[in-house]
Design a protein around this ligand. Sequence first.
Ligand SMILES: [Zn+2]
Ligand SMILES: [Zn+2]
Ligand SMILES: [Zn+2]
Ligand SMILES: [Zn+2]
Length: 198
Amino acid sequence: MPNCDFGGPCDCLDCRTDQFSVKCPHCEFSNDLTVVGHASYTRDKKGTSGYVFSYPTRTKDLICYSCSKVIPGVRYYDSYNETMCQRNLKIEQDKLNGFTCSSCDATEGELKGPLIGGFIVKLIKYENKLYCESCIVDIGRKKIPDPSNNNEKYIFNGKTLKWELYKVKISCPSCHKNRWLNAENRWKTMCKKCYLNL
Ligand SMILES: [Zn+2]
Ligand SMILES: [Zn+2]
Ligand SMILES: [Zn+2]
Ligand SMILES: [Zn+2]
């Protein structure tokens, strides 16, 4: 929902529009649909006000965007979400063409994980196989040994497919105490305590 009215929904078209999807029982295609609702302004006894939205409760037949078969009696909608349906079609095509992660089967462009906090799958080629951004980290980690040792810690970067220096152990030249520093802070040879006592 867009943040129109200081973070709260208002009665603009965007706020009144609800998005939902109906899975086709014939081909499993996810039909993304939109419906425009009606907004009414309310104010309760405590003085809290805002908009509540209501949507038509009747049903409507739907022609599957992908296989054109009729799906009877779905939740009332106004139209397809063209952008989403086109994207879903492309994902279907890519799936058929084997454009998927070799490890988890995710397809390019597909949403993986929860709607919020998930990510859009992007496939990366590694040793002639395709992997999603999440699986490639596991694969890379297993294939390339972690160079971490007693004085250096590395973390695996899924974008560059390299172990990158993360923390270094540095002993303070003044009190000789060891501490872990983020790699970019390694120039701070002296510990904070000694530095402040200079
Ligand atoms: Zn709005
Ligand atoms: Zn269908
Ligand atoms: Zn994967
Ligand atoms: Zn020190």
